[in-house]
Design a protein around this ligand. Sequence first.
Ligand code: GLV
Ligand code: MN
Ligand code: MN
Ligand code: MN
Length: 428
Amino acid sequence: EQEQEMQVEQAPQQVDGQSVVDQLLHLATFSDDPNPAVTRILFTENDLKGRAYVKQLMKEAGLVIREDKMGNIYGTLPGSQAGAPAVATGSHCDAIPLAGVYDGTLGVIGGIAALKALKDAGFQPVKPVEVVMFTSEEPTRFGLSCSGSRAMAGVLDADYLDSRRDTNGTSYLDAATKAGYGAATYGEMLASARRTPADLAAFVELHIEQGPLLEKEGLQIGVVTAIAAPAALRVRFSGDGGHAGAHLMPLRNDASLAASEVALFVEKAVLATGAIDTVGTTGFWDVSPKAVNSVPREALLEIDIRDTDGPRRDSVVAAIREEAGRIAERRKVRHSVDAINQDPPATCGDNVVAAVQASVDELNLSSKRMVSRAYHDSLFMAQIAPTGMIFIPCRNGWSHRPDEFASPEDIGRGVEVLARTLARLAGG
Ligand code: GLV
Ligand code: MN
Ligand code: MN
Ligand code: MN
């Protein structure tokens, strides 16, 4: 108790939110689309520029920098106790097409700012404190989310990762190698990222809420207690195609119509649970040959299904798989359904939640406990260490869009809560 009081004295009283915003806006200039939109895809030129900037900020903060072969970047404030497991924070800097400035980046740039604030306040942690920039939290390039944190948790299979090719057929290993990461084999690359409870004591991630609740309720901080279970399916149908004029209706097996039925069934199956927490989205469609005068021969769908209740989510996934089979049979098309991922939900660590709440209370901020409906690298860190998340409000709950916004004041408060939480967990 007394130790906790002491370290908090040394924690910074105020973090300058505007300086964090300036850095976020600078990072946003590394984008494939013009600002305010941000598009930053794994191992592209802009991603590499963003990584260089993150490492520059880590260096300026006086952190010890390390990178693993997957592309995860770590900045560490060493602890006084030799060999002690680290207390880590962090998030991602990749951005989906036409995203905004703050998703993920806040947890990296804000994480560096929190460690710098602790260092500048003369805080000397017992356990090392680390900020991580996770590699590709977003699934954009290889169709797989959280590749960096999955590798850290040891739940990413080498063959599976190799099977996730980008649209040019490039493999993760080749793309990583070209970017200056990578290894001779997938095994070696994955092993370099592996973390265990022996070297990780706790993890906490600062993120914008990506939902409207904090703003609507006029609250400053969300103390996250659980992360919903995400799953994604890839469904393919193939038919015989044909001439749009000459191929008569009774003879057709149109792949796109089978896909359309599946998309409508996704909505139906999700609503049938009767639970507001079940959500399903068919957000990716591809039809070929994409010609107005050709019957679609191939259709590819990617379907995102999530729930706070893992088994209930799984029952929706199973229903979609079965219905896809029935539709294929009825429409006489060939089909396949592959799980891209089907991850369990995460429950946050009591000690991390308590440390976040104590920091919030100490700063006299308003807060509520909440569930994260988006997934985060925290979902996988929770598999190896007690984990928590700190949410700040974002305008209208908007995220994954160019007009995403969080105020400098909320950002400053979020970083202060993070700094104090890390100090509590690291001891000092
Ligand atoms: C992460 O970006 C998610 O889709 O929840
Ligand atoms: Mn995102
Ligand atoms: Mn994010
Ligand atoms: Mn995300």
